[in-house]
Design a protein around this ligand. Structure first.
Ligand SMILES: [Zn+2]
Length: 216
């Protein structure tokens, strides 16, 4: 639909035989002249020299901690190769919240090693005794908390440090009595079963039967 002002221009041009149509109207009515380019000339391309690029994509560099809910830069999260966090390769809770998690285990177990073990289990990161020893050394030298030293050691050399990718790769700690005792205490074994013994009365037709209903 042609606007009224364009219609007036065309009328004047017809009566006076003078070309009064502006360039924009001429293009609309007659089309672009042959050989003319769409883009205007002499407009500088690209970023001016000396002007730094500022990213507007804040989603890449920031992340919400699932524990405290704060939006924080990626520097406030530890790296992890766990498949649970492969979207961005970062642990789901921020460094401060890792410390709070570790402290909560300390209050419960009163053991640095055990608290680190349970923190790793919660975050799906590997627990390694050699990593723990290295982390302990870091913590002493830099006056860090033990969990900070552990995470520093865990993230050194990335995938080539031999500590594993996730908690599945952890040391099983069979030689750690504290952890083994704790796991036994935490298990839901019925106390009455601890004194269970196989007596001759329970053996029927060569089979151990705990309930006579099943022994026919
Ligand atoms: Zn947090």
């Amino acid at each position: 639909m042609i606007q009224l002002d364009i219609f007036i221009h065309l009328t004047i041009a017809k009566d006076t035989n003078i070309k009064t149509i502006c360039k924009r109207v001429e293009v609309i009515i007659l089309g672009r002249p042959k050989g003319a380019k769409n883009k205007p000339k002499n407009i500088p391309k690209g970023r001016p020299v000396g002007v730094k690029h500022v990213s507007t994509n804040t989603e890449v560099s920031k992340k919400i901690c699932t524990a405290c809910g704060k939006l924080q830069t990626s520097k406030n999260f530890y790296n992890t190769p766990s498949v649970l966090f492969k979207h961005d390769g970062l642990v789901c809770i921020c460094k401060d919240c890792v410390g709070l998690l570790f402290d909560s285990y300390m209050r419960k177990h009163d053991s640095y090693k055990k608290s680190m073990y349970y923190t790793c289990r919660k975050l799906d990161i590997p627990f390694s005794m050699s990593c723990y020893n290295g982390g302990e050394s870091h913590a002493q030298k830099a006056d860090w908390a033990i969990w900070q030293g552990y995470m520093k050691q865990l993230n050194s050399f990335r995938d080539n440090n031999g500590y594993g990718m996730c908690f599945d790769d952890s040391d099983d700690l069979v030689d750690d009595n504290e952890i083994c005792d704790s796991l036994l205490a935490d298990s839901e074994i019925d106390a009455s079963m601890k004194d269970f013994k196989v007596t001759p009365e329970l053996i029927i037709n060569g089979r151990i039967c705990l309930n006579v209903i099943f022994c026919f």
